[in-house]
Design a protein around this ligand. Structure first.
Ligand code: HDE
Length: 698
């Protein structure tokens, strides 16, 4: 029998989900190797044969069991969102939300609800790179006392299509192309742009996908959104519309496109590693939960339809009310068992939360159970440890593939008398789920509501809400992606039929970069009621300080290890992590470098600091790799610090003597240099340096 013990040396929170997983944890320490039937294995090296050099025997049940199990180790990956990384955590509401909802986990600030969160990319397969340009999934399972509630959202607040029936078309177009299975993890190909240029309702989400939001700096600094309008229902039965938001406490940041592409090669697990390491260090990622609340009587007060998932509710019109905080505090024990097998579903709701008639949401309510049946091999996927509720669940469902529960008793039907009628229904007043009683009065018809017809106004609003650097990135992203499209008519259609209707300057600029004629006048850029929503610009989401930033201490043998330690401690005091990066892993005094210059290039850091030491900095100044390291950091608008002879490395890389976000000075000026460096690094990027970087090579 498999023995279950507590994991050793690992931080083990005692939340309800962790406890419920305990009986499933298998630890092999001190255990004999056995077959799945419990037989102890004497030889795990050799197949049973007829003679030392003879054929293998079919009789070898040990070898056959092992190979058979191995042959079936993989399950189908998710059709979309195949690549994901996840973590356990807890959620607490700040104060009771009883006025808004009866949901139990939103009542009591003393109550901790376990959660499991899976972040994902959409397009690529399980093994694709983390930093591709893509929308990210942000799915949270709340294991509440009233059952599991899944908030299955994305890191952008809108979606590409308005009706679920278009989802297979959209996914077929965005996925790698049918003939050659290319490209992996990207939208820069013909079929994606063919589809979106023919489907104007995609315009708003596509511009989000072309913005910095689609290349996040880390999973810890991504916002999350429920996308659809949902409902809160309170104990009196009063319902209001809501939009879900997740806000990272660290603020929201993005990579630059050049960095993202390079990181995809240098460390395809960049985001996964960052999340994992942060949790192992005890730097627990935190996200605040927010809701925009809209009275039902205000349903028609907007210049768009609340049921249209291609629209967001500008925060300037309805503020986001922050109601609680989620802390991710434990890495999974086993990637497959938890992250791969977790099954989210927007239809997993609890009393106090309800749906709306958003036609995309309605279709999702069908899709998510259906897909698990083939992905997880039958309808019993709720029994997989990561998917089990922490509250009891009894019903009369029975049997089917992979059933694990041993239902005891004669009755598997209701009503029954043989089991005293159990399990029994619960009245809504006692916690039984009751759907919100929405009045329905309609004709059975396949039609798109007229109120869904404006596809450009919010795309225009989004573009106009961006800062100048963000606008430039959007232009560059359209140009990059459309530049990869092989059919000229698709490029032209995207520019003339879509971009020209978003913004004339955007369309003209992309047209010029693609060598296309300037789009003809006559387009009708959208006219949103909220012309610009500052809340949408990432530059307005920067949080002061350098907490959670990664700083490279670029150095070499000959540097003063005491100074390296001093710098590392100074950054640690501010919550940042500094790594010593050197030409080789040879010790610098008593200090072992964390990585080599080529092994961990500057694209993997938020800022670079070059301490002094004549011998060390001479070696760095002569090293092409070291010069490239600082040059690239400069080009990527990172804060750079140089102390004493460290300045030689900057001048050897031909960086300008005076540039924004470059702090330098003698050792005697350490305090000032550190202060300036930390201030610049706190901005995440030195945007004012853009013009100076144009002459710097990639
Ligand atoms: Fe999904 N989506 N989706 N989706 N989705 C899946 O479910 C689907 C949509 C989202 O980490 C699948 O278990 C349809 C919007 C996330 O495991 C599948 C439609 C949003 C994840 C599916 C949508 C999402 C999925 C694939 C249009 C943001 C990953 C495997 C009607 C609000 C969850 C699976 C995880 C996964 C269907 C649209 C988010 C096939 C039919 C809109 C975060 O069931």
């Amino acid at each position: 029998m498999t023995k279950h013990k507590s994991p050793q040396g690992k931080h083990q929170p005692t939340d309800a989900k962790s406890q419920s997983l305990e009986s499933f944890r298998a630890h092999a320490d001190g255990e004999a190797l056995r077959t799945n039937q419990g037989v102890k294995i004497a030889d795990n090296q050799n197949t049973l044969r007829a003679g030392a050099r003879g054929p293998s025997l079919l009789e070898d049940f040990i070898m056959r069991e092992k190979i058979t199990h191995f042959d079936h180790e993989r399950i189908p990956e998710r059709i979309v969102h195949a690549r994901g990384s996840a973590a356990h955590g807890v959620f607490r509401v700040y104060e009771s939300q009883a006025e808004l909802t009866r949901a139990g986990f939103l009542q009591d600030p003393a109550k901790e609800t376990p959660v499991y969160v899976r972040f994902s990319t959409v397009q690529g397969p399980r093994g694709s790179s983390d930093t591709v340009r893509d929308i990210r999934g942000f799915a949270t399972k709340f294991y509440t006392d009233e059952g599991n509630f899944d908030l299955v959202g994305n890191n952008v607040p809108v979606f590409f299509i308005q009706d679920a029936i278009k989802f297979p078309d959209f996914v077929h177009a965005v996925k790698p192309e049918a003939p050659d299975e290319m490209p992996t993890g990207g939208t820069a190909h013909d079929t994606f742009w063919d589809f979106v240029s023919l489907v104007p309702e995609s315009a708003h989400t596509v511009i989000w996908a072309m913005s910095d939001r689609a290349i996040p700096r880390s999973l810890r600094t991504m916002e999350g959104f429920g996308v659809h309008t949902f409902r809160f229902v309170n104990a009196k039965g009063h319902a209001r519309f809501i939009k879900w938001h997740w806000r990272p406490v660290l603020g929201s940041y993005s990579l630059l496109w050049d960095e993202a592409q390079k990181i995809a090669g240098k460390d395809p697990d960049f985001h996964r590693r960052d999340l994992w390491e942060a949790i192992e260090r005890g730097d627990y990622p935190e996200f605040e939960l927010g809701v925009q609340v809209i009275e039902e009587s205000d349903e028609h007060k907007f210049d768009f339809d609340l049921l249209d998932p291609t629209k967001l509710v500008p925060e300037e019109e309805v503020p986001v009310k922050i109601i609680g905080k989620m802390t991710l505090n434990r890495n999974p024990d086993n990637f497959f068992a938890e992250t791969e097998q977790v099954a989210f579903h927007p239809g997993h709701i609890v009393p106090g939360i309800d749906f709306t008639n958003d036609p995309l949401l309605q279709g999702r309510l069908f899709s998510y159970t259906d897909t698990q049946i083939s992905r997880l091999g039958g309808p019993n996927f709720h029994e997989i440890p990561i998917n089990r509720p922490v509250c009891p669940y009894q019903n009369n469902q029975r049997d089917a593939m992979h059933r694990q529960t041993l239902n005891v008793g004669q009755a598997s039907y209701e009503p029954n008398s043989v089991s005293g009628g159990w399990p029994k229904e619960t009245q809504p007043k006692d916690g039984g789920f009751e759907s919100y009683q929405e009045r329905m009065d309609g004709v059975k018809i396949r039609v798109r509501s007229e109120s869904f017809a404006d596809h450009f106004s919010q795309a225009t609003m989004f573009y106009h809400s961006m800062s100048e650097p963000e606008k430039d990135h959007i232009k560059a992203a359209y140009t990059f992606e459309l530049g990869k499209v092989t059919k000229p008519e698709i490029r032209e259609r995207q520019v003339n039929a879509i971009l020209a209707n978003i913004d004339a300057d955007l369309a003209a600029s992309v047209a010029q970069a693609l060598g296309l004629p300037k789009p003809k006048a006559g387009a009708k850029p959208g006219k949103p009621r909220t012309a610009s929503s500052p809340a949408l610009s990432l530059l307005n989401r920067v949080q002061p300080g350098i907490k959670a930033r990664k700083i490279a201490l670029l150095t070499a043998p000959g540097a003063d290890p005491a100074m390296l330690t001093r710098l590392r401690d100074a950054f640690a005091l501010e919550g940042a992590t500094a790594l010593v990066i050197a030409p080789t892993l040879a010790p610098i005094g008593d200090l072992a470098p964390d990585a080599t210059i080529t092994g961990m290039p500057s694209v993997m850091f938020d800022a670079v600091f070059v301490p002094g030491g004549e011998k060390a900095t001479e070696a760095l100044a002569e090293s092409g790799d070291a010069r490239h390291f600082v040059l690239e950091a400069f080009k990527h608008l990172k804060a750079i610090g140089a102390l004493d002879t460290g300045r030689l490395v900057l001048s050897a890389a031909q960086l300008p003597d005076h540039a924004d976000g470059v702090a330098n000075g003698d050792e005697a000026e350490l305090e000032r240099v550190l202060k300036e460096f930390i201030e610049a690094a706190g901005q995440h990027r030195v945007w004012s340096r853009v013009a100076q970087t144009l002459a710097v090579p990639a």
